[in-house]
Design a protein around this ligand. Structure first.
Ligand code: ADP
Length: 491
């Protein structure tokens, strides 16, 4: 069997080929990583201000050429150009935040040495890890990978990026524009290919691997990286809940929830998939949902409120979840199995969906929403936390938002808003449980691509030393005495 040397990317609306890209081999990926390693010293020597200058120049280019970038995103994903613009603008704001804040976040920190070690100065320095491998998804082909790329670059790392095989053009465009503004093409390289190329990047000896994609692939990536003890950041799927309390602004909650669940054809890892609404306001909330959902429909860019499913095989998953929901006794209040007409899926809403239904336990990644009634917010919290996922959540309540949020077992919560946490550059993004680990965005996202180096220096020498072979029994007594005394347990 001949081994393919290239692959095509497709316009999901028509299925026609829109580009052909090389499949990078294991050897070529290793070469790219070697180039990134060679470029490392020059990138680090630029220092924070040199890197900031280049990264801000890049963010300026991205905003000036946003039409070029977003028509490419729309072509490769099928999403409306205006959604691509929103995505690109968010990515650009993260890039400039990372560029402006890396110095402060990575500043050497001075720690108290403690009373027994009072003659020491204790500091923790931060260094970039070196070369970061980034493996990206297709649903937000600029916003998602740039969450790792921007923060890792600002910290002083060089990057080898393997974009999704569904959006290779956006990945190449990012690397080309970075090279244009920096004149340093080896600092950020893009390698195209399928899963095997991603695997080669995991095995290439990069110093850290940042992955965004499905939980199943994340587990394979983590296992591959474990062989070389390559640390990983995993941003995976979710089954994000929305909690609607009795005191919620129901109309606003409904409008936001429909957008969260249906925009981008439901292909948003932090999009709403299940709603727990308090019984006393459930009927009113559901009628608001229905008022909104009738106004939206899928279609080609410029026609629909959202586009097709970008990945043809996802259609089968969505269909299987709708069928599972019907079989398990869920009540359809909008749409049906007939809402699936590849490449589009029209909105589908269920109520009273058993918690153990596949459509309730697994990520659907389609424009579907399950709305279940609960007695009170305690029950909503318990059911939200019962999921194997723990990525994001939304809470709608005028008075109890914070109290509910702090009981949720997940990485991010939006109160009286939707996915707001993804747009605030100063806060970390990531999940717990099957949604992954590690963080991008914010100071945590910069630190994720660094390692701490502890430096403890003797400021002056004490008359007694405990760290040589001249230590006496008297010295032992002294140190025990001091420890007891200083711990407040003496006497
Ligand atoms: P999805 O199914 O949502 O596209 P995946 O999780 O399969 O997402 O893919 C996300 C990224 O992971 C893509 O860039 C894909 O090429 C890459 N990938 C797939 N399989 C592997 C693998 N075994 N090792 C590393 N990367 C992989």
């Amino acid at each position: 069997m001949a081994i393919a040397k290239s692959f095509d990317s497709y316009y999901p609306v028509t299925g026609e080929s829109i580009g052909t890209y090389p499949i990078w081999t294991e050897g070529q990926v290793r070469e790219a990583v070697a180039h990134a390693r060679s470029a490392s010293a020059a990138w680090q020597e630029l220092g924070f201000s040199g890197r900031k200058k280049i990264l801000l120049r890049w963010s300026k280019l991205l905003i000036n050429r946003i039409d070029e970038c977003t028509s490419l995103i729309s072509l490769e994903t099928g999403k409306p150009v205006s959604d691509a613009k929103l995505e690109a603008v968010l990515a650009i704001s993260h890039l400039s935040w990372a560029a402006r804040h890396a110095r402060d976040v990575m500043r050497t920190s001075h720690r108290s040495p403690g009373a027994v070690m009072a003659n020491m100065s204790a500091t923790v320095e931060r260094s970039p890890v070196g070369v970061v491998g980034v493996i990206g998804p297709w649903n937000y082909p600029i916003f998602t990978p740039m969450g790792s790329i921007s923060y890792a670059l600002a910290a002083g790392n060089t990057i080898v990026f393997k974009p999704s095989e569904y959006t290779p053009g956006v990945g190449m465009w990012l690397a080309q524009t970075f090279a244009e503004v920096s004149g340093l093409p080896d600092v950020f390289q893009c390698v195209t290919g399928l899963g095997k190329t991603g695997q080669a990047l995991c095995e290439s000896g990069v110093d850290k691997l940042a992955f965004t994609g499905s939980t199943n692939t994340a587990k394979i990536v983590a296992a591959t990286c474990a062989k070389t003890m390559t640390p990983v950041v995993l941003e995976c799927g979710g089954k994000d809940p929305v909690i609607v309390a009795a005191d919620a602004d129901l109309k606003r909650a409904a409008e936001n929830t429909i957008w969260s669940a249906m925009s981008n054809a439901g292909q948003t890892c932090i999009g709403a998939e299940r709603v727990y609404v308090v019984d006393s306001v459930a009927d009113k909330f559901i009628s608001h949902l229905l008022e909104v959902v009738v106004t939206i429909s899928p279609g080609a860019p410029g026609v629909g409120n959202y586009g097709p499913s970008t990945m043809p095989k996802q259609i089968e998953v969505i269909e299987s979840h709708i069928k599972a929901a019907i079989k398990s006794g869920g009540r359809l209040i909008y749409g049906s199995a007939k809402s699936v007409k590849a490449p589009y899926v029209s909105p589908v809403i269920f109520t009273d969906l058993p918690e153990d239904s596949l459509a309730m336990t697994d990520e659907t990644f389609g424009p579907t929403l399950a709305v279940n009634r609960v007695k009170n917010t305690d029950e909503a919290i318990r059911l939200s936390n019962a999921s194997k996922y723990g990525l994001g959540a939304s809470v709608w309540s005028k008075r109890k938002g914070k109290q509910i949020a702090s009981q949720l077992h997940c990485g991010m919560v939006a109160i009286n808003s939707t996915i707001s946490f993804a747009a605030v550059a100063s806060v970390p993004f990531g999940g717990v449980k099957d949604s992954g680990y590690g963080r991008i965005h914010g100071p945590e996202g910069i630190l994720e691509f660094t390692y701490p180096r502890t430096v403890v220096r003797a400021r002056f020498q004490l008359p007694v030393s405990f760290t040589n072979f001249k230590r006496t029994a008297g010295n032992d007594k002294l140190i025990i005495f001091l420890t007891k005394f200083l711990n407040g347990r003496f006497g």
